[in-house]
Design a protein around this ligand. Structure first.
Ligand code: TXA
Ligand code: MG
Length: 322
């Protein structure tokens, strides 16, 4: 898949500067982006997604020096940024007075969620537009995140001025969100960088968000990533019911094929990175066959498997299939 041309990136950058929205690729998922300093553009993102205004957005920047102008870095934040940026890590930090970010992008909180993406096209767009880009995943609120430009176009294409298509996203699940304001990392969302990797670099165990911090990260919505039919979670090996669509991991058992209407495996070989990259596409394909129900087998709860299981659990809640 060729990357978008310099001209296409320039058109999208001009749209951002004019306060319009664009769909952009990142290494995690496709985002719907707007100028994070422009309140009208950010309001348009909330409206396009139907996203509740209490749920703040991630701001993408070209590099750490830009990030440091927007928010106050702790020693922990510097350590994590040095290792994982550019990449699938978002840091929640204290906003700086005079950052220029609009208040709505933080949903009125005194923090900002910042990420330096690795994807070449996202970086080219950040350089060409010279603005911090607020970009949540390019799906209607609560639905399955897009990992291809076509999926993003289906969700929100009619709301944007430009779509940059760079093929499928390499990682396939969203960035890991860490509150790095203190001396130990607090995990606000599992994602492309694993909790094990974060703990190793932080030199301290990772704290999981308590009920109190959940309030501080309003995006930890229970229901999300939902297909349009009920999705239920089941331990690996559970035989589906007749008529189910099955989402499994590892080789496909004959008994699954016999019982289910349709079966998809996230990774025949049982690789979690491959499974993450396939997750949202497989959910979309199964959903499109309009089965009476999707049964999803959980994956091993380690590394990227945690992010995959987290998304499956929320999909189950969101589709009322639990
Ligand atoms: O991989 C990703 O992170 C993608 C790509 C496009 O970069 N973006 C993405 O954004 O997933 P979004 O808006 O769908 O998810 C942002 C998450 C939400 O859970 C939100 O609540 C949390 O980050 N968040 C954003 N700002 C926050 C803040 N100031 N404090 C706590 N949590 C915040
Ligand atoms: Mg999202």
């Amino acid at each position: 898949m060729p990357e978008p041309s310099t001209e296409q990136v320039a058109v999208a950058a001009a749209a951002l500067q004019a306060g319009e929205l664009v769909i952009l690729p990142t290494e995690t998922v496709y985002g719907v982006g707007g100028d994070a300093t422009n309140a009208a553009a950010v309001a348009a993102i909330f409206a396009a997604k139907g996203r509740p205004r209490f749920n703040p957005l991630i701001v993408h920047v070209a590099d750490q020096s830009v990030a440091e102008q927007l928010a106050t870095f702790t020693p922990l934040a510097r350590r994590l940024a040095a290792t994982f940026w550019p990449g699938a890590l978002t840091l929640v930090l204290q906003r700086r007075a005079g950052s220029g970010l609009c208040d709505l992008v933080s949903a009125g909180l005194d923090t900002a969620a910042l990420r330096v993406p690795r994807h070449d096209t996202a970086r080219a767009l950040l350089h060409a537009s010279q603005c911090p880009i607020a970009a949540p995943s390019a799906n209607r609120s609560g639905r399955i995140s897009p990992t291809t430009a076509d999926a993003a176009r289906d969700e929100l294409g009619y709301k944007v001025s430009a779509i940059l298509d760079a093929g499928p996203c390499r990682i396939g699940v969203e960035s890991t969100v860490i509150d790095a304001r203190g001396s130990t990392p607090v995990l606000l969302r599992e994602g492309g960088v694993t909790a094990e990797q974060i703990a190793e670099v932080a030199g301290s165990p990772i704290e999981s968000a308590s009920a109190g911090t959940k309030k501080a990260s309003p995006g930890m919505l229970e229901a999300h990533y939902a297909p349009s039919v009920p999705l239920i979670l089941a331990p690996t090996g559970t035989i589906p019911r007749a008529g189910d669509a099955l989402l499994t991991f590892g080789p496909v058992d004959r008994a699954f094929d016999k019982a289910a209407e349709i079966v998809e495996t996230l990774s025949e070989a049982g690789h979690l990175t491959e499974a993450a990259a396939n997750l949202y596409g497989a959910m979309r394909r199964l959903d499109a066959t309009r089965p009476s129900r999707i049964m999803a087998h959980t994956v091993p709860e380690k590394g990227l498997g945690r992010a995959i299981n987290d998304r499956l659990r929320r999909a189950a809640t969101g589709s009322a299939g639990r």
